[in-house]
Design a binder for this molecule. Structure first.
Ligand code: SF4
Length: 432
């Protein structure tokens, strides 16, 4: 029997149009029904160049379901190439053309010799969510566009983190990761955001290695690039937030890249000195607030649930209640992620549940004894339940209604401080 999913935290795979949108001057061409893009776009900023309202779409209808929509797709690509000035065109398919069996890949292959690259990613909603759709887009770039390179640039590192736009902080996070990697003397290469795009995509095969900062999203892409392009990869499963994890992260990257250990330690100690100076200045506030929020819960995708849990335990000394991962993590990754929740300082282990149903999550939050008011970091859905328990709430994961983010970030030493500021800005309001 079909199940109802309460408070879903992701979109269908076609939501990967936001991954394409995050690549500077890349354009999604949608082979889908007319309502898909409208439903999937949201108010978290356009690419700055194309708005989702102008994405070319075949808008297939009943007639195309009967006779097929490939002709429409062909003319939509042809006209998009004529009238929209982009560097990269990515055809994304929705449910209807894939159900009726349109061979979209064959249509796209007719544009092999076009002046600009035209790629194709199968992203029908029934194939999975937008985390999987994101991987499909990266796979399409690797499979259909990139070629193995004999030329390597010493120190060039391709950085991959989690899903743009789904992660409200994607732009700031990836810029901060670039900054940290540069401080080690390495050369970061990313494809998302301002002034990156096709030039950086072209550099991917020349990298010394791929760096994946994510519990699971993108791991398949790394394996594919290792096989096809001969690029080794370092998988760092935790989004490094705050000093403890960021220092571990820099040591891991430094070791993998062969950076001199003294240099790595010098970078770490400069950051840590300032970080702990800031923490020390507000020690009284932390101690006071500990009486109020003894335990916390994070409700987020694997990336934030794990990253924030490690941060709150290791850097702030808070105690984890149950944590929830809401991104429908594929089953084969779950054991490893669960293990990561056991690698906390002070011998602490966090209980974690892979749960997509908001009703069940809220029932568990309501019945758990937080030994005081809960601190809940989650999607906007958690606001009401946290307020009903007189707890403190911070909106860190999708859906986002409480925060507008241009390029703010939670990654790294500075990101940890930003997260502390956000948490305690909420906490001090209790005293007003
Ligand atoms: S699930 Fe299918 S029909 Fe619905 S928005 Fe996604 S691609 Fe379109």
């Amino acid at each position: 029997m079909a199940k109802l999913l309460d408070k879903q935290r992701y979109k269908c795979a076609l939501g990967a149009m936001q991954t394409v949108q995050a690549i500077d001057r890349a354009l999604p061409i949608l082979h889908s029904g007319p309502g898909c893009a409208q439903k999937l776009s949201e108010n978290t900023g356009s690419s700055g160049y194309f708005s989702p309202n102008i994405f070319p779409c075949t808008s297939i209808n009943e007639k195309d379901v009967v006779f097929g929509g490939v002709k429409k797709l062909d003319s939509t690509i042809e006209n998009a190439l004529k009238v929209i000035d982009a560097d990269l065109y990515v055809v994304l398919t929705g449910c209807i053309p894939e159900i009726v069996g349109d061979d979209s890949g064959e249509v796209v292959s007719r544009y092999e010799d076009a002046e600009k690259p035209v790629l194709y990613a199968p992203t029908a909603g029934f194939k999975g969510n937008n985390f999987k759709g994101h991987e499909q887009v990266v796979d399409a770039i690797v499979d259909q566009y990139l070629k193995k390179s004999d030329e390597k640039i010493e120190g060039l590192v391709n950085i991959w983190a989690d899903v743009p736009y789904q992660d409200l902080f994607w732009l700031g996070n990836i810029r901060e990761l670039e900054k940290l990697i540069s401080e080690l003397g390495l050369i970061p290469n990313t494809i998302f955001g301002y002034k990156r795009g096709i030039e950086n995509i072209n550099k991917i095969p020349k990298a010394q290695f791929n760096l994946l900062v994510s519990p699971w999203v993108g791991l398949g892409n790394m394996k594919k690039m290792e096989r096809k392009l001969g690029i080794p990869y370092l998988h760092y499963p935790t989004l490094p937030i705050g000093a403890t994890e960021t220092s571990k992260f820099l040591r891991a990257v430094g070791e993998f890249a062969g950076v001199d250990k003294d240099k790595v330690e010098a970078v770490i100690s400069e950051h840590e000195d300032y970080y702990y100076y800031l923490i020390g200045r507000y020690a009284d506030l932390f101690l006071e607030n500990r009486v109020i929020n003894k335990q916390f819960t994070v409700v987020a995708d694997a990336q934030y649930s794990l990253g924030i849990t490690k941060f709150l335990v290791n850097d702030l000394g808070l105690v984890p209640a149950k944590q929830f991962i809401t991104d429908d993590t594929p089953k084969n990754y779950r054991d490893k992620i669960t293990e990561e929740f056991k690698k906390l300082n002070f011998g602490i282990e966090a209980d974690v549940s892979f749960e997509t149903d908001g009703y069940k999550i809220h029932e568990e939050i309501k019945t758990h004894d937080y030994h005081g008011y809960p601190l809940v970091l989650g999607g906007y859905y958690e606001k009401e339940v946290t307020e009903s328990l007189k707890g403190n709430f911070l909106n860190v994961s999708w859906p986002h209604q409480d925060k507008v983010v241009f390029d703010d970030f939670y990654v790294g030493y500075t990101g940890g401080i930003r997260l502390i500021e956000d948490i305690y800005t909420v906490a001090v309001q209790r005293f007003n």
